[in-house]
Design a protein around this ligand. Sequence first.
Ligand SMILES: O=P(O)(O)OC[C@H]1O[C@H](OP(=O)(O)OP(=O)(O)O)[C@H](O)[C@@H]1O
Ligand code: HPA
Length: 181
Amino acid sequence: MLSSEEARKIFGTAEQIFSADVVSQTVKRMAIDITTLLSHQYPLVLSIMGGAVVFTGQLLPLLEFPLNFDYLHVSRYDNKTHGGKLNWTVLPRENVQNRVVLVLDDILDEGITLAAIRERVMNQGAAAFYSAVFADKDIGRSKPIRADFVGVVVPDRYVFGFGMDVRGAWRNLPAIYAVKE
Ligand SMILES: O=P(O)(O)OC[C@H]1O[C@H](OP(=O)(O)OP(=O)(O)O)[C@H](O)[C@@H]1O
Ligand code: HPA
């Protein structure tokens, strides 16, 4: 874990890439797009902890149609800036069978996490799988999955804020920053 001083130093040298205003306008636009496609599907919304917590909290009140909510926790970065093996710590309690599932996550980076979630959800009998990611990282190569709804495209740098952590810190920021290279 970073010390408070280290966390402040990272923030102090980071570059803001999307302001809080742009972030909140983007969430509104995504809510409209999701409503257009899914408002008559009674979806089961699955939030991927912990990165999706802020995005989920801002998006859900803008979705003015019936839905169910649950969450799962899977991670592979473990407070590091490079991903490793997937670690499933909490599985959804809601049955996904025959449901239209909408997965929410903060970031699609290499796509390994979201692709594994889709495989699991579809193997468990979901009727359809949709995904909404707030940020899609432009990694310059193909990914195993594309999100149906994307908020912003971020450069191929380690980013944080709006739910995304840098070595465990700064998920609470309302804007998005890139770590100094
Ligand atoms: O597309 P990928 O390269 O697989 O990376 C994306 C995943 O990485 C982050 O989770 P993380 O493993 O950091 O867990 P956390 O949300 O609990 O921090 C993020 O929240 C996504 O779920
Ligand atoms: O760039 C990132 N920032 C924060 N969390 C992440 N998880 C995958 N990539 C990232």
